[in-house]
Design a binder for this molecule. Structure first.
Ligand code: ADP
Ligand code: MG
Length: 362
């Protein structure tokens, strides 16, 4: 089954493993305290953006019936998808990508909200995060076609000539955009799941639900406490393809978390792994030793974008930039002996405790 949107490999949707880790952790926490699952924990699940989503709500009573809530979640996520999917030919973004003119185009306010956030993170990461990478995402096969291939130099150079966030102009007051070059193709996959999480979380808050965990493909936002009246606990997994080992457990209170890594979404050719995260400076998949970056931020959308940008920048530049911007970020770096980790000072209070984090020194 091919689900529209996002470059997720269909057999291993991005974030699936984190979802499993999350469920596993809930399982552990619940079983250690009480064998019965509390009736106050309400779970909703579904598929969107080429991956799975889940919402957990801890409440004595739901303000709407379960089917009503489920359908509201679906409506919100379908709307996000029909605005920003590059997999749906009729989406607002596909229509913008399909227009090869350079006139100002009016866009929906929610798409503008996301584009503005994307451009801010592009400036802050000196272009490491760049949503105009569409031609390169497609060239490497991570677009809707999913035909993975190592392109030739001249194709990469040609695609690079169409890329550059400074060539995309925004007029937020008029909710309009203008491409400096008609060939510019926007790809919001690195920020869209985070945005979807924020949309659902904001909806729950409008319903006055204070204890929830929202997750789409591994990007998470949590508020309040779980049904054991403790903050929600999330596993950061070992960055090993095909495995779901938990490396760290962190508690998320009124905070979002996003992870970008090189181990979930990639293809291999002649023994080389090609990640779906592309370095806009080279036009090629990132190839350094940074295996994953986890970012905490009140906004899931910004956590998502930052995680991708820092992953592109790599273990040193990415880490320095995280510190300069006072981000709470956790880096897992591959070396000859295994994995090392480093994290910014603000990340430390989120670790649950050392007993639960024995894998940290691997
Ligand atoms: P994940 O799905 O693993 O959470 P990300 O949030 O990092 O992934 O998004 C990766 C997707 O974003 C890619 O599949 C591609 O469509 C797009 N992309 C790749 N490189 C970049 C980049 N440097 N900046 C912005 N978007 C990117
Ligand atoms: Mg991202």
């Amino acid at each position: 089954m091919k689900i529209p949107f996002h470059a997720g490999l269909s057999e291993s949707p991005p974030g699936r493993s984190l979802l499993l880790v999350t469920c596993w952790l809930f399982g552990c926490l619940l079983s250690s305290c009480a064998p019965e699952r509390s009736e106050e924990l309400h779970e909703f699940t579904g598929l969107t953006m080429g991956t799975s989503w889940s919402v957990l709500v801890h409440a004595a009573q739901l303000p709407l019936t379960r089917p009503r809530l489920q359908s509201q979640f679906n409506t919100i996520l379908n709307r996000v998808n029909t605005e920003m999917s590059t997999y749906l030919p009729e989406s607002e973004l596909s229509r913008i990508n399909g227009s090869d003119g350079t006139d100002w185009l009016t866009v929906s306010t929610s798409l503008m909200h996301m584009l503005q956030a994307a451009q801010d993170i592009s400036r802050l990461t000196q272009g490491a995060f760049d949503v105009t990478l569409g031609p390169l995402v497609n060239l490497w096969g991570f677009g809707p076609e999913q035909d993975f291939a190592v392109p030739g130099e001249e194709h990469i150079d040609a695609a690079l000539r169409l890329v550059g966030y400074e060539r995309l102009h925004l007029d937020p007051a008029a909710s309009a955009l203008k491409k400096a070059n008609g060939g510019i193709q926007i790809d919001l996959s690195a920020i869209a799941k985070g945005n979807g999480v924020d949309e659902i979380a904001d909806f729950l808050e409008r319903l006055k639900l204070d204890n929830y965990l929202v997750e789409i493909g591994g990007e998470i936002r949590a508020r309040g406490v779980n049904d054991k009246n403790i903050p929600w606990q999330i596993g950061i997994e070992q960055p090993v393809a095909g495995q779901h080992g938990v490396r760290k457990i962190i508690k998320l209170e009124n905070m979002a978390m996003a992870t970008s890594g090189d181990y979930r979404n990639y293809f291999e050719k002649d023994g080389v792994r090609y990640s779906h995260t592309i370095d806009p400076r080279t036009g090629r998949p990132v190839s350094h030793r940074l295996a994953s970056v986890t970012v905490l931020h009140p906004s899931a959308m910004l956590a998502d974008a930052w995680a991708t940008g820092l992953l592109v920048l790599g273990p040193e530049r990415g880490f320095n930039l995280a510190r300069q911007n006072e981000l709470d970020a956790y880096f897992i770096i591959q070396d000859d002996e295994g994995f090392k980790e480093k994290f910014t000072p603000g990340f430390k209070p989120y670790f649950v405790n050392d007993n639960n984090n024995q894998a940290s020194q691997l």
